[in-house]
Write a protein that binds this ligand. Structure first.
Ligand code: CTP
Length: 397
């Protein structure tokens, strides 16, 4: 099997003289087994014809956000969902600025915004432009967002200048695209992840919940999907979009989440309990809204079942990874959870910190097993997610 077999690559071609190399990039991607569709920006169309890209990609070229018929056939949201990866090559200075500013000014920028597929950019421009602070800043913003950067080459440029800014070799570009799929370490494996906050009703209007956003769980889900796993998400309340490449099951309360996990845990290879599950629920949920009275109100709370502990007790239990959200005696509390719940590893999360953890885009964790302790330094949740998945593969699979 070729490295890009069954992979759908959306190639964004923007306004640089190097756009004339785009048909070659299409070919190199196809040689590796990919299906390719092209989005051509207005600038790109000044340097390469739609016809050349249509002939090589064997698909209609998408070049207009406002074309009613094209939107009906395959609109920008469908294109975004279609792509397993988006490659912008060549990426002009203007396109880099649009993408880093999160603009939705043309079809390509809309598709990038609307997709949760990995994005790669191969810049190409004059060496002075490439060396400018503005371009450098835009590139670093994009890299912080996990966009993969394919460095341009040094050499003679179309304008006669010599320097860094020539589009990378099309063969090298295709190879780097294939490398993002090269981790097939979870191919054939099933991973079930709980994420988000559970909601415990008090009455028809109020509820008990917590600050979990679901970002760490989604980062783990993406990392597992990238590594080839079949992922099921059982999610409470989340503040971010879920992947469309996983089987997503919604569960509001801890009891609903417990039931959904138990119904879906058979045949799973890995269980990652990332949800912030309420330990208690209200004993008597009021049918009608509780009215304000001038005296204290006492809610009687009863314990919920521990989902992670119950999965760990199953006869054919999957590899079980839990999280420990702690504010004090971090390691000691996390180690107790590891032991008491009977899981294979616990990921310690210090939720008292203001600079990472709950709701934030960054995190810092310690991966604990009975025998080892590994600190993963502060980074974006996406990178932490990838690292955690790598460790799970290395230690348990
Ligand atoms: N968990 C669970 N079911 C529960 C409570 C927690 O599956 N009813 C899981 C969480 O998803 C997490 C781990 O258990 O993976 C630890 O959750 P955490 O909230 O840190 O700890 P608790 O077990 O609830 O203990 P405490 O609140 O006393 O710290």
């Amino acid at each position: 099997m070729k490295r890009l077999t069954n992979k759908r690559i959306l190639l964004g071609v923007s306004g640089s003289i190097a756009a004339y190399k785009a048909p070659d990039i299409v070919r190199r991607l196809q040689d590796l087994g990919a299906e390719v569709r092209v989005v051509l920006t207005q600038g790109g169309a000044k340097f390469i014809t739609e016809l050349s890209l249509q002939a090589t990609s064997k698909n209609k070229v998408h070049d207009n956000l406002w074309d009613k018929e094209a939107e009906l056939a395959m609109g920008h949201i469908e294109l975004a969902k279609w792509a397993d990866a988006i490659l912008v090559a060549p990426a002009s200075a203007n396109t880099l600025a649009n993408l880093s500013a999160g603009k939705a000014s043309d079809l390509l920028s809309n598709v990038v915004l609307a997709s949760d597929a990995p994005v790669l950019i191969a810049p190409a421009m004059n060496q002075k432009m490439y060396g400018s602070l503005a371009v450098k800043d835009n590139l670093s913003i994009l890299q912080e967002r996990n966009i993969k950067f394919i460095s341009p080459e040094y050499g003679e440029q179309a304008c006669g200048d010599i320097g860094e800014g020539r589009l990378a070799d099309p063969g090298e570009i295709a190879k780097q695209v294939s490398e993002i799929f090269s981790s097939t370490k979870l191919t054939g494996k099933k991973v079930l992840i709980t994420l988000g906050a559970t909601i415990e009703a008090i009455d028809p209007v109020r509820y008990l919940s917590n600050h979990s956003s679901g970002k760490m769980g989604m980062a783990l889900a993406r990392a597992c999907i990238e590594a080839g796993a079949q992922v099921t998400l059982i999610h409470g309340d989340v503040s971010i979009p879920l992947s469309n490449k996983s089987n997503n099951i919604s569960a509001n309360s801890a009891s609903e989440m417990h039931q959904a996990v138990m119904e879906n845990i058979g045949n799973q290879d890995v269980f990652i309990a990332c949800a912030a599950v309420s330990d208690y629920r209200v004993k008597n949920i009021e049918k009608n809204k509780i009215k304000k009275e001038n005296k204290t109100l006492t809610l009687e709370l009863i314990p919920n079942k521990d989902i992670l502990a119950d999965v760990c007790k199953l006869n054919h239990k999957p590899i079980c990874i839990g999280f420990a959200a702690e504010t004090q005696n971090l390691i000691e509390n996390a180690q107790n959870k590891l032991k008491n719940k009977g899981c294979d590893a616990i990921i310690l999360n210090d939720v008292s910190r203001a600079d990472f953890g709950f709701k934030m885009n960054d995190n810092e964790v310690v991966f604990l097993t009975q025998k080892s302790s590994l600190k993963i330094q502060k980074n974006s949740k996406q990178k932490i997610g990838r690292k955690i998945v790598e460790i799970i593969i290395e230690k348990f699979l």
